[in-house]
Design a protein around this ligand. Structure first.
Ligand code: PAF
Length: 288
């Protein structure tokens, strides 16, 4: 099935009006990979119709980041949406999303300045602003986001709670290559050598997860040992952060903490910024 392609607000409104039943939105910046495709499949299981938005949002890129070189692969993105049974592809140009420089934007608050937000000031303000605009334009009942961007997902959940946005937020699990590398649109920037170094991110998370019985200190030490080695590799990994945080607030957890936590890591290999995370349960094993 070929999805309806809407580039303007009017085309989107017409396509939205034809949806019968519930609509799930999968917001993306394009360069779709298997991770996005799994989110579209998740959306299809949750709603009667699925819209995928494709928009590289300038507001969430800082100066010197990769907005200009971010991969734009529209034709193959539409093929992927069609293969996964999406009904609508919303692909607005910049002038549709931002007809004028926005004066009123969403502020991500203290949580938006932590962890990834500390490495990328303003990133979460820009991300939340575009997500709220997409919700107002597409009017979905449900929206599906990848758990690879754990802080993004937590911030969006917080936004819909704090601002009473009537959209149910659903997370979809991270998809990995067989060697552990989390799928990301930015992986295509990596040379073979850079990709080898980048594997340290998922390896560090696995080492941290394997040390979970020892508590937060042991988790951080095990992950840090892997990252230290990668910092001395060629090409090196330049660590942005390793954080063991409360999944709802993204504040560092105390040593005595029990319950859910997220071990999050980010670093730069060459000029490529990569992030990854793993959910953990601290303390006594979770009861099922
Ligand atoms: O995760 C992304 O691709 C982007 O941050 C999103 C949610 C589509 C907003 O631009």
């Amino acid at each position: 099935m070929t999805p309806v392609i809407a580039e303007t607000r009017e085309e989107l409104a017409a396509a939205r009006a034809r949806v019968r039943g519930t609509l799930a939105l999968v917001p993306t910046m394009g360069a779709l990979h298997e991770g996005h495709r799994s989110l579209i499949r998740r959306a299809r299981r949750s709603a009667d119709a699925v819209a995928v938005s494709i928009f590289v949002n300038p507001l969430q890129f800082g100066p010197g980041e990769d907005f200009d070189r971010y991969p734009r692969t529209f034709a193959t993105d539409v093929e992927a949406c069609a293969a996964e049974g999406a009904d609508i592809v919303f692909a607005p140009g910049r002038e549709v999303m931002y007809p004028a420089e926005p004066q009123v934007t969403v502020k991500s608050g203290p949580m938006g300045a932590r962890v990834e937000g500390a490495s990328r000031p303003g990133h979460f303000d820009g991300m939340l602003t575009v997500v709220l605009k997409l919700f107002h334009l597409v009017l979905p009942d449900i929206a599906v986001f990848g758990e690879k961007d754990a802080q993004q997902l937590a911030m969006i959940r917080r936004m819909v709670t704090d601002l009473n946005v009537p959209v149910e937020i659903v997370g979809g699990p991270t998809v990995r290559e067989p060697d552990g590398l989390a799928l990301s649109s930015r992986n295509r920037y990596l040379s073979d050598g850079e990709r080898r170094t980048a594997l340290a991110l998922s390896r560090a998370l696995r080492a941290g997860a394997d040390a979970v019985a020892g508590g937060p200190g042991a988790i951080r030490d095990a992950a840090r040992a892997v990252l230290d080695k990668a910092a001395a590799a060629e090409p090196p990994l330049e660590l942005d952060y390793l954080a063991l945080v409360d999944p709802a607030t993204f504040t560092e957890v105390a040593d005595a903490r029990t319950g859910p936590a997220v071990l999050a890591v980010a670093g730069r290999v060459g000029t490529t910024h990569l992030i990854d995370n793993v959910p953990l349960h601290l303390g006594a094993p979770k009861e099922h």
